[in-house]
Ligand binder design. Structure first.
Ligand code: ADP
Ligand code: ZN
Length: 289
C-alpha cells in the first residue's frame, strides 16, 4: 500500500512516499514559500503516485478540532502568508484522498510510538529542540489534542541566576523556546550552536533549562518515555547533563522503575531523524482505516 507524507515546516516542506511498514520509498524537500507557490508543487508531487491517503504533520498553531469550521487550517502563525490557510482542504480538493492531519511534533511522537522508542508503550512524549521547541504528546494510545494542542515548548521556566539573556520568544521573557532553542543559544553566545560544541558552560545552561521543562512534563503528563530530537540534540553531551538535572529537580518525589533507569527513560530520537516523516505515514494509514 502506498501512502503519502508531508512534513510541513516553517522553512522547508518534506514530501515522501512510503508504505504501511513505514518504509520511505521516495522523498523530496522544497522550500516553504507562500501557499500560492508551494502548494501547487506539493500537489504536483503527490498526483499520479497512486497513494491511498496522505498524512500531514504541520507547523502551527493548527486547528485539529474536527467539529470546527476551520478544521485543517494553519491558524495564527507569525508566517503571515500561511495564517488562516486551509492546508488540508486545498490539498484534499486536488488529490481526492483521505488526509490525516496533526502537528509536526505530534506526528514525530506517533512515528516513535509506531516504529521507535515509544513502540509498545501506552504513552510517551517527543520533544524537538531546533529552530523552535515543540512537544508531541502520545497518551493512552493516541495523540493528545485538547482545546488547541499542547504548546509545551513555551512552558515558563526559572531563569538561572547568572543568565542575563532576555530570550528570543516575542511572547514570553522566560519560556523554554525563548531560552533554549537553537536561535536562543546562538544569540546568547554569539556563535553557531555547532561551533560551541566544546564550551561546557553552554550545554550546562542548556541542560538546566531543558531539564526544567522535562521535569514539568513528568509531573503533569507522566509519560512512559521521553524522546528528544531536533538539531540541538545532536549535541549528545546534553543527555547525561539533562538526566542528572531532571533527577535533581524531581528530588526523589517521583519513584518509578523508569526514573530509576533514567538512561533508558530520557533518550535520543531513534529513527535517524525520520520520526516526523514516518509519523506522517502513520497519520495517513490511520486516516484510511
Ligand atoms: P528545524 O527546527 O528548523 O526543523 P533543526 O531541528 O535542524 O530544524 O533545528 C535547527 C537549529 O538547530 C538551528 O538553530 C541550529 O543552530 C541547531 N543545530 C542544528 N544542528 C546542530 C548541531 N549539530 N549542534 C547544535 N545545534 C544544531
Ligand atoms: Zn514563548
Amino acid at each position: 500500500m502506498l501512502l503519502g507524507a508531508l512534513e510541513a515546516g516553517g522553512t522547508k516542506m518534506v514530501l515522501a512516499i512510503g508504505n504501511e511498514n513505514g518504509e520511505i520509498l521516495d522523498r523530496v524537500s522544497i522550500p516553504t514559500e507562500t501557499p500560492v507557490i508551494t502548494v501547487p508543487k506539493i500537489i504536483a508531487y503527490f498526483k499520479n503516485k497512486n497513494i491511498e491517503a496522505l498524512g500531514i504533520g504541520s507547523f502551527g498553531p493548527v486547528d485539529l478540532d474536527k467539529e470546527s469550521k476551520t478544521f485543517g487550517y494553519i491558524t495564527s502563525t507569525p508566517k503571515l502568508a500561511w495564517a488562516n490557510y486551509d492546508i488540508v482542504g486545498e490539498i484534499k480538493k486536488e488529490l481526492r484522498i483521505p488526509v490525516g492531519f496533526d502537528t509536526d511534533v505530534n506526528a514525530a511522537a506517533l512515528g516513535e510510538a509506531t516504529w521507535g522508542s515509544i513502540k509498545g508503550l501506552s504513552s510517551g512524549i517527543y520533544i524537538t529542540v531546533g529552530t523552535g521547541i515543540g512537544v508531541g504528546v502520545y497518551m493512552n494510545g493516541s495523540l493528545l489534542h485538547g482545546m488547541l494542542h499542547p504548546e509545551a515548548g513555551h512552558v515558563l521556566l526559572s531563569k538561572h541566576s547568572s543568565d542575563t539573556f532576555e530570550g528570543v520568544c516575542p511572547y514570553h521573557p522566560n519560556c523554554m523556546e525563548g531560552l533554549a532553542s537553537g536561535p536562543s543559544i546562538e544569540k546568547r553566545w554569539k556563535e553557531k550552536a555547532i561551533a560551541l560544541a566544546d564550551r561546557k558552560e553552554v550545554w550546562e545552561l542548556e541542560a538546566y533549562y531543558l531539564a526544567q521543562g522535562i521535569a514539568n512534563y513528568i509531573l503533569t503528563l507522566s509519560p512512559h518515555k521521553i524522546v528528544l530530537g531536533g538539531g540541538v540534540m545532536h549535541q549528545e553531551q546534553l543527555f547525561p547533563l539533562i538526566r542528572s538535572q531532571v533527577v535533581k529537580l524531581l528530588n526523589g518525589y517521583v519513584k518509578t522503575a523508569q526514573i530509576a533507569d533514567i538512561d533508558n527513560y530520557i533518550v535520543p530520537a531513534s529513527l535517524n531523524d525520520n520520526q516526523g516523516i514516518m509519523g506522517c505515514i502513520q497519520l495517513a494509514k490511520m486516516e484510511l482505516l
